[in-house]
Design a protein around this ligand. Structure first.
Ligand code: SAJ
Length: 426
């Protein structure tokens, strides 16, 4: 192959497929033989718009194949997970493992690119490891003159649900261990990226990625804090945000039941961990967003208790709108807490799930569809802003007792003793 992509997950597989579509011969490597088999048969193990068609096409044309074994290539892209440990400390073990197996395959002229979200300094550690494992090669920062190998960091920045579009259209930040390394990696990305490719140092590129997600987390925390203030003052936070955002220099994000996914709720801690004394704001934002889950559980519980015995519909489990990803989902956490507390009264509506996730399976809660929820449940707890929920007309929900953590129904009348529906048994 010309290109090896290590890690065939949410980023690695779409990346490998897009590079393969540009005409390169790509080998995708994963430690999981099932994933390798799935890809080799032209199928996908993750849900992402248009990914199935793309993968089956590039596999059929012979541009993409998968393996558990490393082979020689010109370019190695590392896209393995960097999970956080118990104390939120980043674990770069998989990156170093991947680098170790790349080291064995390296030859003069190759380029090694790390894409995994990583603490600042990780790419330098990768270069050091490669230099240690391959003393026969000149690895940058450890040699004089022209290095044999280029080492660079180029973070992915794609949004789940738009991965294939954003892989091509987003600008890319390419950080080299040396400027020459950055230029080498740039030539590679230019082959399939339509957005602008900007070069910098590896450390600046690493910090840029963490900064983007910390920026979003801090801004969501602001919105979440505002929503608690507004509740305490009995003001509609959504209206306040709509009005404030008419100011030309104000752009407040949306409150919700908390922040989920595997990026925004994780990456800011990498900055906190690197520089604890300088990150009170980033740390507090993380805590505000985490606390929003318990706040949502408490408010939903109060509402449910106000109508004893009535059936409850929890709308949504996904970590955000219009996707089937339940990992680190605040909606799922809220639903689990409510199901554990109110048992069979709780019904889950999640058009993106065929069955209840294991954590809910024994709780007594059941999975129902939107129509059943409208027929059977007087209480609606909105946890995800899926389009199918947003489009439920007022006529079908006017009489419901609603807690809308995502602000999807601005026309919903506030619950009063007059509008509260008659008690129905779940
Ligand atoms: N959320 C809110 N209010 C908002 C926006 C989001 O509560 O106004 C919540 C969502 O519901 C979700 C969480 O935040 O639970 C994160 O969702 P998201 O859409 O902000 O981000 P992700 O995790 O899907 O993807 C992010 C993106 N980063 C930025 O937008 C800065 C994406 O571009 C990155 O590539 C991705 O993280 C990543 O892999 O790091």
């Amino acid at each position: 192959p010309e290109v090896v992509v290590m890690g065939l997950g949410y980023i690695g597989l779409p990346t490998a497929a897009v590079i393969a579509r540009s005409g390169a011969r790509v080998l995708g490597i994963d430690v999981d033989p099932e994933i390798v088999e799935t890809v080799n048969s032209g199928r996908v193990h993750i849900e992402e718009i248009d990914l199935d068609g793309l993968v089956s096409g590039v596999v059929a044309r012979g541009n993409l194949r998968a393996s558990t074994e490393m082979e020689q290539a010109d370019i190695f892209v590392i896209a393995v997970p960097t999970p956080a440990g118990d104390d939120h400390a980043p674990n770069i073990g998989y990156v170093l493992q991947a680098a170790t197996s790349v080291a064995a395959a390296l030859k003069t002229g190759d380029t090694v690119i790390l894409e995994s979200t990583s603490p600042v300094g990780t790419t330098a550690k990768v270069a050091e490891l490669l230099a240690k494992l391959r003393p026969d090669l000149k690895i940058p920062a450890h040699c004089d003159g022209t290095p044999d190998i280029a080492v660079a960091y180029c973070p992915e920045r794609v949004l789940p649900g738009r991965i294939l579009v954003e892989l091509i259209d987003n600008d890319r930040v390419i950080g080299g261990i040396t400027p020459r390394c950055a230029r080498k990696a740039l030539q590679f990305y230019r082959r399939f990226v339509r957005g602008e490719c900007v070069t910098t140092s590896a450390a600046a590129a690493e910090m840029t990625k963490l900064t983007e997600n910390a920026f979003r987390d801090v801004n969501i925390a602001f919105a979440n804090e505002l929503s608690c203030v507004a509740d305490s003052l009995d003001v509609d936070v959504w209206e306040v945000i709509r009005l404030a955002n008419r100011h030309p220099r104000v752009n407040i994000l949306s409150p919700g039941p908390g922040v989920g996914g595997h990026c925004i709720a994780v990456d800011p801690w990498f900055l906190v961990h690197s520089s604890p004394e300088h990150t009170p704001l980033i740390r507090t934002a993380r805590e505000v967003n985490d606390a929003k889950v318990d706040y949502t559980i408490d408010r939903a519980s109060d509402l449910i208790e106000s109508m004893p015995g009535a059936a409850v519909a929890c709308l949504g489990l996904a970590f955000k709108a219009n996707i089937d990803d339940f990992r680190e989902s605040p909606a799922l956490k809220v639903a689990i807490a409510l199901a554990n507390r109110f048992g069979q009264r709780v019904h889950i509506v999640e058009p993106y799930a065929d069955t209840l996730p294991p954590a809910l399976a024994d709780s007594g809660a059941t999975l129902i569809d939107v129509d059943e929820a409208i027929e059977r449940c007087p209480i609606f707890i909105v946890l995800v802003d899926h389009d199918v929920f947003r489009s439920i007309p007022l006529a079908e929900r006017r009489t419901k007792l609603v807690m809308d953590s995502r602000g999807i129904w601005p026309d919903q009348p506030a619950p009063t003793s007059q509008t509260a529906p008659p008690q129905l048994l779940g």
